[in-house]
Design a protein around this ligand. Structure first.
Ligand SMILES: Nc1ncnc2c1ncn2[C@@H]1O[C@H](COP(=O)(O)OP(=O)(O)O)[C@@H](O)[C@H]1O
Ligand SMILES: [Mg+2]
Length: 384
């Protein structure tokens, strides 16, 4: 029996806690769910009853469900991802794109602000940058980028909305670009977990250099789904200076790590505030980013100061990274660190890259069948 969300066999994934069979053929099954309010619970229950109930000799099926704790969930995620690495599903994200998921332990730390400004600063370098707003319930990317409009479909696939930035371009998919009615359908149909999958699979991303994913806060289904669908995804963890925030962020990072999403680095947001007289205040304490990075054994990629312009720019829909001045410079530096040190592109024009692309397509073709030739490469993941 296949878990509808994780795509793996529920026995192999370790979700079946116990199976008891009485002499008369009464079967008791206990299945552990990832979360109590698992939206696909009804489907799982139906499937289990269906599968077990039709086995010859079975008189009745008594199914109860339990809930996994954090450790069990992490272990499950690790197993699911190992399986995914063996057979990654086809996505529309081009093999050569570097996929960076931006995560935080809790909301309000400026995760989305970091996503849009880093994306803008990368685009300013002349790159093509996809932005996938995976914070389905709390999307804010359209507002922060000053983009509005409705998604259109071409050949049955969504076309991201574009914003040109110098020689570069941003390509954005967000729930905010769906009409109210369509969003309601997604909510009603419990298709929420599928939304991100659709953004990855049924979209014309085209040729991307980077894909930045604005994850919802915490450690939930979306993270697990992403790890399964694009196992080469790397994480940037956004945290704020205080120790408490750092602990929460560390939990998110740890969870991702045990699910084998590599953590590429930490970004500290709302760092020191410098007033107009040049005096610097550590309003929220200091050192959180450094401590988290050290604890995770990854670089602290950048520190974004607490600055009133960040909020103002967010409201105006014009990222600070596209302006001039100190804040813009901070994001220029962040983009440089990402593009040159943390997640450099494979040399795009050289023979090696083309060869790798060809190999990736051929390998995926062999895995996925001829109709899914444009799939995620397996090679890129195996080499880590
Ligand atoms: N460095 C910063 N300085 C000042 N305000 C910031 C900074 N970063 C984010 N903000 C503001 O904090 C609020 C939350 O930011 P947001 O990016 O939406 O957080 P998240 O996505 O983590 O929930 C927004 O109003 C945003 O403008
Ligand atoms: Mg957000």
């Amino acid at each position: 029996m296949i878990d509808p969300e994780l795509g793996g066999d529920i026995v192999e994934l370790g979700m079946v806690r116990s199976v008891e069979v009485s002499e008369g053929g009464d079967v008791r099954v206990v299945v552990a769910l990832t979360i109590a309010g698992c939206p696909l619970r009804a489907q799982l229950e139906r499937d289990v009853r269906g599968v077990v109930g039709t086995i010859p000799g079975v008189r009745s099926v008594d199914l109860s469900t339990g809930q996994m704790d954090a450790d069990q969930r992490a272990a499950l995620m690790a197993r699911a991802r190992r399986k995914a690495l063996e057979h990654p599903p086809a996505t529309a994200v081009p093999p050569r794109a570097r996929v960076l998921a931006v995560a935080s332990g809790k909301g309000g730390v400026g995760k989305s602000s970091v996503v849009v400004n880093l994306a803008a600063a990368l685009a300013r370098r002349g790159l093509t940058v996809g932005v996938l707003d995976a914070d389905i319930g709390g999307f804010s990317v359209p507002r922060l980028l000053g983009m509005e409009g409705r998604l259109e479909a071409r050949d049955g696939k969504m076309v991201p909305l574009e914003r040109r930035v110098g020689d570069g371009v941003l390509r954005v998919l967000s729930m905010g670009f769906l009409a109210e009615e369509d969003r309601a359908v997604m909510w009603r149909g419990l298709l929420l977990n599928r939304a991100v999958q659709q953004f990855l699979q049924d979209a014309h991303w085209g040729d991307l250099d980077y894909l930045l994913v604005d994850l919802p806060p915490g450690t939930g289904d979306v993270q697990m789904g992403l790890a399964r669908m694009v196992p080469r995804t790397e994480m940037l963890v956004v945290t704020t200076p205080p120790l408490a925030a750092q602990r929460v962020a560390a939990r998110a990072a740890d969870m991702a790590r045990r699910g084998y999403l590599r953590v590429a680095g930490v970004v500290e947001n709302m760092s020191d505030f410098t007033c107009e007289h040049g005096k610097t205040y550590s309003l929220f304490g200091s050192g959180g980013g450094e401590r988290l990075a050290a604890g995770l054994g990854v670089p602290l990629v950048g520190k974004i100061p607490l600055h009133g312009d960040m909020a103002a720019a967010g409201d105006a829909g014009e990222p600070v990274a596209l302006g001039r001045g100190e804040l813009a410079d901070v994001f220029t530096d962040l983009a440089r660190a990402v593009a040159e040190e943390i997640a450099p592109l494979l040399e795009a024009s050289g023979c090696t890259a083309r060869l790798l692309d060809a190999v990736a397509v051929a390998v995926d073709g062999a895995f996925a069948g001829p109709d899914q030739a444009r799939a995620t490469p397996v090679g890129a993941d195996v080499e880590r």
